[in-house]
Design a protein around this ligand. Sequence first.
Ligand SMILES: [Zn+2]
Length: 337
Amino acid sequence: MTARMATARLLAVLVGSLMPVAQGPLLAQLEYRPIKPAYDDGNVEALPVRGNVHLVAGSGANVVVQVAPDGLLVVDTSVAAMSEKVLAAIKTISEKPIRNIINTSADEHHTGGNENLSNAGRNLNAGIGGPSGREPARLEGAPVIAHELVLHRMSGLKGEAPRMPFGVWPHDTFFTNRKQIYFADEVVEMLHMPAAHTDGDLIVWFRKSDVVSTGDVFSTVTYPMIDLTRGGSVQGILNALNSILDITFPEFNNQGGTLVVPGHGRICNESDVAEYRDMTTIIRDRIQSMIDKRMTLAQVKAAGPSKDYDGVYSTPAWTGEMFVEAIYTDLTRARRR
Ligand SMILES: [Zn+2]
């Protein structure tokens, strides 16, 4: 029996022993209410992940920082309004300048700080070539790397309105399924996850540190944010979660090993990703079987296919009902094709 099962059994016995006296108000208090820790509440802190990889948490989205002798690589920049706090937290990890920034999607709450963090950094190639021996001004800061589709979304090429401000656009994009750079004595891989949360999602794999930064294809505090208007899909989310599981491995008893930093929430390991993949699969399958029975969206919503997970993953901004509607729309859209 695992420690968790033993605790659950002990609790069941204790609750059972309370039952005879637990009438009325006391019984109501025993109702299951999961405690949600406050994430992204504006209290920004730096936490070690492993080796040279750190997490700056609490600003609105997780920011991952990798430290090299000559500077820093940063994954995602959170919202612009929090840049000062994010930069202050990064300084507690290292005083070195930011050299590279990677964006995991075009989402404003992951890219809003691009301009501020880029300007605070320094391009490794600055000062070489260009007029007066200088690179153009935009490249004096740290370059922002993203999938090409992120630039298309931000710049309005995909019909996005309003376009995002020029200052947050990435400087360096790619359209292949992966891009690798060598930084801080290890290979850093950017893997494109097509049609997942959006169409331009990346996960970032620090191969030697054995850490994966996932952006919004994975979260411990919300359902997968399937953004249908920006090319997201439930199958793409599942594919992305399976891709993460392909490169993660536990140390012992399904625990430890590869560490996974989600777009939002706590530092995880492989089993957390598997659980999240299974949750998404279960809810997707429930909705698919309801669609097969020709149930309407209203009937599916009324049946509550996400109800048993809502206590953990439903938030005011992305409720269980919104998640269910996105999956329903996605699956019925796929059937019409
Ligand atoms: Zn996010």
